[in-house]
Design a protein. Structure first.
Length: 192
């Protein structure tokens, strides 16, 4: 099975469409959160995710919009945008635990261990601890920086951001996980 992995779209439907087009045919697509920005809702982005049956989680930006920290903007979104799109986002889980082809996968936006809102980079000490978790693959986002890191029996994947990369490469990125070979590839594409 071929699984596409995206994250940190931040309300950029063009970058999302370009990522999905570049990705080609997949059996499943996972999104590690931040499909919107906390102060910029984009109905088109949410429609693309919903219509492509992308399995999404909520990131910190969805938490700000939907969690009551900005009630005026939420009311504005509720009055301007279709209710079904806000409902789609609000019903997304904070994480996904799934098994595909006997491979155990966890999708979370930031750290899989407390403190859960921490950024996880290739040199983060927390990576030494995730090797004992009961997963084969842990998918994260939040940093906007692509990463593949094996620790113990766990491979941590951060696809980077399809719209706002924060590393030296200004192209968008996503990842492809092949469950047959258990290999992961980070791919780059032109965002605009």
């Amino acid at each position: 099975m071929k699984i596409g992995i995206i994250s940190d779209i931040h309300a950029n439907p063009r970058a999302l469409r370009n990522a999905l087009c570049d990705m080609g045919s997949t059996d499943m697509i996972l999104c590690a959160g931040d499909s919107i920005s906390e102060y910029r809702f984009c109905p088109e982005t949410v429609e693309i995710l919903r219509d492509n049956q992308v399995q999404c989680i909520r990131g910190n930006h969805e938490a700000v919009l939907l969690g009551g920290r900005n009630p005026q903007y939420l009311r504005k979104c509720q009055s301007e945008y279709p209710a079904d799109l806000l409902e789609f986002l609000s019903t997304r889980p904070l994480s996904i635990e799934t098994s595909v082809d006997d491979i155990r996968i966890l999708v979370t936006h930031a750290s899989p261990l407390p403190p859960y809102e921490d950024y996880v980079y290739a040199n983060s000490p927390i990576l030494k601890q995730v090797g004992s978790l009961p997963y084969d693959f842990i998918i994260i986002g939040h940093t906007h920086m692509p990463m593949i890191h094996r620790t113990g029996g766990v491979m941590v994947i951060n696809p980077g951001s399809c719209s706002e990369p924060r590393d030296q490469d200004r192209r968008g990125s996503y990842a492809i996980l092949d469950t047959d070979s258990r290999e992961v590839e980070i791919r780059r594409f032109q965002r605009e």
